[in-house]
Design a protein. Structure first.
Length: 370
């Protein structure tokens, strides 16, 4: 581990005098350090000294695709250091966390989310629909591969690993025509200038929890849990709870070809009053692009987790279990359990087929947030 010195607290801050800095564990990449640095700076702003501790993870040491290395490859080392009390806080990209809970840790804060959409970075300023057939697009995420192929544009998909700078350089040097990456990562490292198109969910649904951070500490550290609560954004947490519940109910990991996005939206009740609802859309896809199954639902924000589970059950009934079992190598879920829901949670619509452009045609508020 490496401690980044000189980052403990604002010089001359009398409120920090004599306090031990909270140790915030992070991976060593620019993006990870930037994300953790935002948490550090927020703590310092409250008068609490903090410093970053760089933790090397197996994912940083391997060039193999994430789905081959294993789920949790970027989070397990951080969690090990947290459990051993070598760090006090771990900052993760939320989408990298395994869906199974770990009682050793508390999810103390989910800070405000960055735009969760995927982004295209292409040569000559091209958007996705302008890439010619045969153009080479870099990405290793099965979810992105499946949905790009399903668009039927005749693009060649090439595996791609490495940090964001490495990926962008592949396009700049002409080795690839384009790459598909998370817009949130580019925003955090100040590289939105490279984006040639933000891909709307009507084209490609993002990964569950994409753009969100997870701030963990030990479950028995009640004082720290209380302190970190100030960083929590309830709207982001609600949306991510729904998306992750869908992923968990599908019994799929973070590398599965599953997309989801939840948003708080305003609606009118039967009496004409404005009420807040949670809109959730999800999909499961075949990596070869031959089939994409989608469904959507709307329900009460307080029922976010059940909303996600209910939509997952709907996807399973439409055949998602077959796609995920075939493409991701997961065991088929218990359909007798997953397919039966006696309590309606929200109003949903569902479709199955190969033409993503015909689904979710109503734009969401996030799609207009350019």
């Amino acid at each position: 581990m490496t401690i980044l010195q000189g980052s403990a607290a604002v010089a001359g801050d009398p409120t920090a005098a004599g306090r031990r800095p909270w140790r915030i564990g992070t991976r060593g990449s620019l993006l990870a350090r930037t994300q953790a640095g935002d948490v550090r700076d927020a703590l310092i702003a409250t008068g609490q000294p903090a410093e970053l501790v760089i933790v090397e993870t197996p994912g940083d040491l391997s060039g193999d695709p994430v789905e081959e290395i294993g789920v949790g490859v970027f989070t397990s080392a951080l969690r090990s250091e947290l459990a051993a009390a070598n760090i006090d806080i771990a900052v993760h990209s939320y989408k990298d966390l395994p869906t199974a809970p770990d009682d050793r840790f508390a999810l103390a804060a989910v800070p405000p989310r960055q735009d969760p959409r995927d982004a295209l970075v292409a040569r000559d300023g091209l958007v996705l629909g302008e890439l010619p057939p045969g153009a080479v697009v870099g990405t290793s995420a099965p979810r992105r591969i499946a949905q790009v192929r399903a668009l039927g544009l005749g693009l060649e998909i090439r595996p791609l690993r490495g940090n964001l700078d490495t990926r962008l350089r592949q396009v700049a040097e002409g080795k690839l025509d384009a790459v598909v990456v998370a817009r949130a990562g580019l925003a955090r490292i100040g590289r939105l200038d490279a984006v040639t198109e933000a891909l709307e969910p009507v084209q490609i649904l993002p990964a569950p929890a994409q753009g969100a951070l997870a701030v963990e500490c030990r479950a028995d550290d009640t004082d720290l849990i209380e302190l970190l609560a100030v960083l929590d954004d309830p709207a982001t947490r609600t949306a991510v709870v729904a998306e992750r519940a869908l992923l968990a109910e599908l019994e799929a990991g973070c590398t599965a070809p599953v997309g989801a996005i939840a948003e708080l939206v305003e609606s009118l009740d039967d009496d004409g009053r404005i009420v807040e609802e949670l809109s959730l859309r999800g999909c499961a896809a075949a990596v070869d692009g031959s089939d994409v199954i989608r469904a959507s639902t709307v329900g009460a924000p307080a029922e976010a987790a059940e909303l996600g589970r209910a939509l997952a059950r709907e996807l399973l009934e439409l055949g998602a279990h077959e796609l995920l079992a075939a493409e991701s190598g997961i065991a088929e879920p218990d359909l007798a359990r997953a397919g039966n829901s006696t309590t309606p949670v929200g109003t949903s619509t569902a479709t199955a087929g190969t033409s993503p452009a015909t689904d979710f045609t109503e734009p969401s508020p996030m799609e207009n947030n350019r």
